[in-house]
Design a protein around this ligand. Structure first.
Ligand SMILES: O=C(O)CC[C@@H](O)C(=O)O
Ligand SMILES: [Zn+2]
Length: 463
């Protein structure tokens, strides 16, 4: 069948006007926040129901057309990029919150519900959806599930996986599966729900998700600390975790802070200049807890682990302190950075980071490395800024070598080449640094069960 005939048939499967093929839409829906791949989808389909998703999948199997799921397109691993004539299936019109159950504290969402929409819905009910990150205003629940999104509160609440009570999925064969039925306890063999979480759309589409909510935290308070060196962050983390229930423990380097402060719209936390900073958050729900935080802070200063610090005294100050961390990614995007998202067990973080710093500094002394991330989870974001004088091609050629060094060091430390951004296309050639051959063979076998014709997001995670 010719492409125009295929598209004509696709149009009959969804509502009128819900297949787009104009250049602007192909360009917008064919990519995510990674800018390395040129978008080249065949068409964009917008289903409005589970039945329409099933019809699209059956049509794709019949004609051997590849499908790419698309949510908020805020991903950083090219998992939602359509660069090879695929049909993008976008969930913008399946964006309703369908049900709320007060006793179970669950919300049934269509996949196109935006993360912030769920957070706000939870807040309206006096509850809390705790998975949070800078792109929460655009990312969608289906995409969060597909990538098992992490973010800034993982230390207390875990990843998206922890909040998925049940899923409805359409497999790559077009079958509708209802997984786990929102149960807390369910000892009936393989938990297929978990396979679809983090599968990056390679097994099928999430078409409905029951998300759990939590009680709302009270009087969230942030503390930004400056440390004399990286090693000091570890005993600080240990001291606070011993005494308090932290909701976040993030870090950033002086270079990251300098870039954010240069914007001019966020106040500096304090005057003392430090090589590294940590941002902690906790519930100061009682006087006693606030005092405990202060006492722990003073202990860290006495030990020489902390040089200076500031604690938020108002909601406004809390937001401002968070901006120091949350604005980093967007701010440094101006320098077309090389990006990496890796993890090791927490105790290994200082040695791991120093090893990467050393090898990059030795070979490319003009590269500016900006470190930040979720250090309390062992998850580091490594960004290297393109020197202004260096041509883009030369920079990215050099960064390809950096990539190899980073992944070799990750392997040496038994870490992960992707902590939270996923594998997609950007990391699929390096998967072997984190997963064994036998593991990858099992993953491929699982894909073949759910997607025997290989139509679901091919070329993502592995080839
Ligand atoms: O841009 C990055 O490298 C990280 C983005 C995001 O995961 C964050 O934690 O801010
Ligand atoms: Zn992150």
């Amino acid at each position: 069948m010719t492409n125009p005939a295929l598209i004509d048939e696709l149009k009959t499967l969804v509502e009128p006007g819900k297949v787009l093929t104009d250049a602007d839409s192909l360009n917008a829906y064919g990519k995510d926040w990674t800018k390395h791949f040129a978008p080249a989808p065949l068409a964009i389909a917008f289903p409005k129901s589970i039945e329409q998703v099933q019809a699209i999948v059956r049509w794709a199997n019949e004609h051997k057309v590849a499908l790419v799921p698309s949510g908020g397109r805020t991903g950083l691993s090219a998992a939602a990029v359509a660069a090879h004539g695929e049909v993008v299936v976008a969930f913008d019109y399946m964006n309703r919150i369908l049900r709320f159950d007060e006793i179970d504290r669950t919300v049934v969402c269509e996949p196109g519900v935006v993360t912030r929409q769920l957070q706000d819905f939870a807040a309206d009910k006096g509850l809390y959806y705790p998975v949070d990150f800078a792109s929460a205003g655009s990312s969608q629940i289906g995409g969060n599930i597909g990538t098992n999104a992490g973010g800034i509160k993982v230390i207390r609440y875990g990843m998206t996986r922890n909040w998925v009570a049940g899923l409805k999925v359409v497999t790559g064969k077009g079958d509708l599966l209802e997984l786990n039925k929102d149960l807390i306890k369910n000892a009936t063999g393989y938990d297929l729900r978990q396979l679809f979480i983090g599968a990056e759309g390679t097994l099928g589409f999430v078409v409905e998700a029951t998300m759990r909510l939590d009680r709302a935290p009270t009087n969230l308070t942030a503390l930004v600390l400056g440390t004399p060196d990286l090693d000091s962050i570890m005993p600080v983390l240990h001291a606070f975790q011993d005494k308090m229930d932290l909701t976040a423990f993030e870090f950033f380097s002086d270079k990251a802070l300098a870039k954010v402060l240069a914007r001019g719209d966020v106040p500096a936390p304090f005057e003392t200049e430090c090589p590294f900073y940590a941002l902690l958050e906790f519930e100061a729900s009682t006087e006693e807890r606030a005092e405990q935080a202060l006492a722990t802070f003073e202990h860290c200063v006495e030990q020489g682990w902390v040089l200076d610090g500031v604690m938020s005294q108002s909601e406004q100050q809390l937001q401002n302190l968070w901006k120091l961390r949350e604005y980093i990614s967007e701010t440094i995007s101006h320098w077309t950075p090389y990006k990496n998202d890796v993890s090791v067990t927490i105790g290994k973080v200082p040695a791991f980071l120093k090893e990467i710093d050393a090898i990059v500094a030795e070979h490319y002394p003009d590269f500016e490395i900006v470190w930040f991330g979720h250090i309390g989870d062992g998850n580091l974001h490594l960004n290297i800024l393109k020197p202004d004088a260096m041509d883009k091609d030369e920079f990215f050629a050099k960064c390809a070598t950096v990539n190899k060094w980073v992944f070799e060091i990750v392997q040496k430390y038994a870490g992960s080449i992707s902590a939270e951004h996923g594998v997609g296309m950007t990391k699929r050639d390096y998967l072997g640094y984190s997963r064994s051959e036998a593991e990858i063979a099992c993953m491929k076998a699982i894909k073949a069960v759910f997607d025997p014709n290989g139509i679901m997001n091919p070329g993502k995670i592995f080839v």
